[in-house]
Design a protein around this ligand. Structure first.
Ligand code: ADP
Ligand code: MG
Length: 150
């Protein structure tokens, strides 16, 4: 599934719609270069989950936890991770639970230590805006994509 998002506002709105499809939790990989809108989309998803407060980029903390009306959400940014093994010290197993929604920016940096993604979202430049490509990678991810089409 592809979507053109002409500006930041459109990205946030799409994220909020996506939140409905992600209810129940799962693992979402956010792939794209710096500045492609991964954090903006995550912010939209958190809004859609009913989170009213601010959403900081987890660039330095690696992970920001949220308790939302739609359940626990963990927002990762692994850009600064030097070794996937470091995720062990972060207590990675406690985050990827059945009910939690895990949004992971720079998943490649955690290769070998992360569970498989239910959904992968790729972001790239499209004029002034962005192109988003969304693919289901598990049956659970397929359920999410089907919900988006309703
Ligand atoms: P990333 O987390 O991928 O590094 P950010 O979410 O921090 O990227 O966004 C970087 C910049 O891109 C921000 O200034 C944001 O306003 C802008 N941006 C986000 N989504 C879009 C979009 N769909 N079109 C144009 N600009 C966008
Ligand atoms: Mg970011």
């Amino acid at each position: 599934m592809k979507q053109i998002l002409p500006d930041e506002q459109a990205m946030a709105v799409f994220g909020a719609q996506l939140a409905q499809a992600l209810r129940g939790g799962g693992v979402v990989f956010l792939v794209g270069d710096l500045g492609m809108g991964k954090t903006t989309l995550s912010r939209g998803i958190l809004r859609g989950c009913g989170h009213a407060g601010s959403v900081k980029s987890p660039t330095y903390t690696l992970v920001e936890p949220y308790e939302t009306p739609q359940g626990p959400v963990f927002h990762f940014d692994l850009y600064r991770l030097s070794d996937p093994e470091e995720l062990e010290y972060l207590g990675i197993r406690d985050y990827f639970t059945e009910k939690s929604l895990c949004l992971v920016e720079w998943p490649d940096k955690g290769a070998g230590m992360l569970p498989a993604a239910d959904m992968e979202i790729r972001l790239s430049l499209h004029g002034q805006g962005r192109e988003l490509t969304l693919t289901a990678q598990t049956p659970k991810g397929q359920v999410m994509v089907d919900r988006l089409k309703d």
